[in-house]
Structures are given as structure tokens and as C-alpha cells.
Design a protein. Structure first.
Ligand SMILES: Nc1ncnc2c1ncn2[C@@H]1O[C@H](COP(=O)(O)OP(=O)(O)O)[C@@H](O)[C@H]1O
Ligand SMILES: [Mg+2]
Length: 294
């Protein structure tokens, strides 16, 4: 199995192994489905990039705050969400929007190789803002404009969006360079995935520079026939899309969320940690390939 062979030759590499041009890339795991592992993937890919030595910012846009929690945000003091940065005063009188720099909080995670991991957290204000501006297309550019102000501070900005395609998803879509798509083997999941691939055509009309880097299997259980058939069918029907790396079903992931520590640090030698490392490496390689082609 390809995913397993990658893990057998697993060696952690740092940023020097990748000759990426120094610029900020905005990436998101995207899927319309809740529970697709978007937040888990944001947290762990960001943690790996930080360990590699990159300056990373995670922006949580989902009021459920799972990536805020997963990066230890619940144990830190912070006040502002992206809703506060955009023009939140339209909802709460006398509220002045705050500069995006004030919403940046440094997490406790950093690396020996100068990597750092920052977070803009999410809470109920995200939901209130989204509900108030749902039908206001002009507001959907604001996130992208705000990110332009801080791109010189980061190598990667990873965006965690809510499920569905609400205000925050479309705001993110305007700002993104790359998406990766998590997919759990299953028939219902495949149906949602196909719907999402149709939506991706509309998404690309809105943001033509956005690239789908690839799709990865998650919560994978390679022993099951469901997994084997699913993977084989997927590869036959859509060759070249799947990442070789896949994230196994692993209870350590749920445990790590409770501690506010990415699984890549909480259980660094676990299969899921190694899988997130190899997935992140593949993400970097695919960025490199696309950018080399120009
Ligand atoms: N590889 C995995 N194995 C087992 N559980 C996982 C795995 N990845 C994520 N989970 C759990 O699945 C649930 C949904 O994941 P989450 O990242 O919150 O999805 P989303 O952000 O797409 O809604 C969470 O409880 C999370 O801890
Ligand atoms: Mg989530």
C-alpha cells in the first residue's frame, strides 16, 4: 500500500529540503461536509510546517472553534476574531474594527528551527457576522484584503472554514491560493465529494488562481474491504488526484484535541502524526511543482 510504504521510509525534513520561493501561501482543507477532518488537518499541517521552520498562521473562521481549541487557544488569553477585524460595528454599535495585527495570538508551539505558529481564534462573533452579512457580496473581499496586510509576516496562512458554503467559506475562497480536500472512504462521503467537485468549478470562476492541490483519504482503515474498493475506484475514476499519504483512523487525534495539542506533538511517533508529516511534505512538493511551471 502506497501510504504505508511512505511511512516506512519516514524521515522528518526541515524547510531547507524544499526550495519554495519566499512568499506567503494561503491554503485550506475544504469540504462542504461537517466532520470531514478540516479542523484536524489545519491544526496538524500547521504544526508540521512550524516544526519544519516555517512561520505559520491558522485562521479559524468556524464559530465552533475546533482549530482554536486544537492549538491550545482555549488556554490562552485572547479577545478578537476575524469578525472583530472586519466591520463588526455594523452589528454592535460603537464597536471600532481592530487592526488585524491585534487579533494575532502566538500559540505555545514553536520550533528549534525558528518556526512559529500563530492563531486567529473563532467564537460566536463569527456566526453573528456571517448571519448579518450573508447576502452582502461586497463583504466577501474583506478577508482577502486583510490578509494582504500581514502576508509579509508568514510563510503559510492556513484557513479553517465552517462546513457548508456560507459567508466565511466564500470569503476564504477569495483569499486562497491552494485547497486540499479531505475524503473519508464511504458512499455518502463520495456523494458529498462529487457535489463539492461540481461546486469547485464555480469556486474557480470566483478565484481563477486557486488550485486544487489534491485529495487525501482520512479516517482510513486499510484492513477493510470498503477502504480497498473505495480507493481502487477513486484512483481509476480520477487518476492523479489522490495524495499518496493518507491519515489513518486514530483515537489519539480525538485525545489530542482535548489537550489542545496537535497529534504531531502529542503523539509524535503515532501513525497519524507520521501521516500528517508525509501529507505536509507532499503538499509542499505539489506547491513547488505548480510554482515551477509558473
Ligand atoms: N484520523 C482520525 N481518526 C479518528 N478521528 C478523527 C480523525 N481525524 C479527525 N477525527 C475526529 O473527527 C471529528 C471531526 O473532525 P474535524 O477535524 O473537527 O472535522 P471538520 O472540521 O471537517 O468538521 C473530530 O472529533 C476529530 O477529533
Ligand atoms: Mg471544523
Amino acid at each position: 500500500m502506497a501510504g504505508i510504504s511512505i511511512l516506512n521510509s519516514f524521515v522528518k525534513k526541515d524547510r531547507k529540503a524544499y526550495k519554495l520561493k519566499p512568499k506567503c501561501r494561503v491554503i485550506a482543507p475544504l469540504s462542504q461536509k461537517g466532520g470531514a477532518t478540516k479542523s484536524t488537518s489545519c491544526v496538524n499541517i500547521a504544526s508540521v510546517l512550524c516544526e519544519m521552520g516555517y512561520r505559520v498562521l491558522v485562521i479559524d473562521l468556524d464559530q465552533q472553534g475546533h482549530s482554536t481549541m486544537g492549538l491550545g487557544g482555549d488556554n490562552l488569553e485572547w479577545e478578537y476574531t476575524m469578525a472583530n477585524v472586519l466591520d463588526y460595528e455594523k452589528i454592535i454599535e460603537d464597536f471600532d474594527p481592530i487592526p488585524i495585527e491585534k487579533a494575532l495570538m502566538k500559540t505555545l508551539f514553536e520550533s528549534k528551527t525558528d518556526g512559529s505558529l500563530w492563531l486567529i481564534g473563532a467564537n460566536i462573533t463569527n456566526e453573528e457576522y456571517s448571519a448579518a452579512h450573508y447576502n452582502d457580496p461586497s463583504k466577501k473581499m474583506l478577508l482577502s484584503e486583510e490578509l494582504d496586510k500581514i502576508k509579509d509576516k508568514f510563510d503559510f496562512i492556513i484557513i479553517d472554514s465552517p462546513p457548508g458554503l456560507d459567508f466565511w467559506n466564500w470569503s476564504a475562497i477569495f483569499a486562497l491560493d491552494y485547497i486540499i480536500v479531505p475524503l473519508e472512504p464511504g458512499h455518502g462521503e463520495m456523494r458529498s465529494y462529487n457535489d463539492f467537485m461540481e461546486t469547485l468549478l464555480q469556486i474557480k470562476e470566483v478565484n481563477p488562481k486557486l488550485k486544487h492541490l489534491g485529495t487525501f483519504l482520512t479516517k482510513a482503515n486499510p484492513q477493510t474491504n470498503l477502504y480497498k474498493d473505495f480507493k481502487q475506484n477513486f484512483e481509476v475514476n480520477t487518476p492523479g488526484i489522490l495524495f499518496e499519504s493518507e491519515i489513518p483512523q486514530d483515537t489519539k487525534i480525538k485525545e489530542s484535541l482535548g489537550y489542545g495539542i496537535p497529534v504531531t506533538l502529542y503523539a509524535s511517533s503515532s501513525k497519524s502524526s507520521k501521516s500528517y508529516w508525509s501529507l505536509t511534505e507532499e503538499v509542499l512538493k505539489r506547491c513547488q511543482l505548480i510554482e515551477a511551471k509558473g
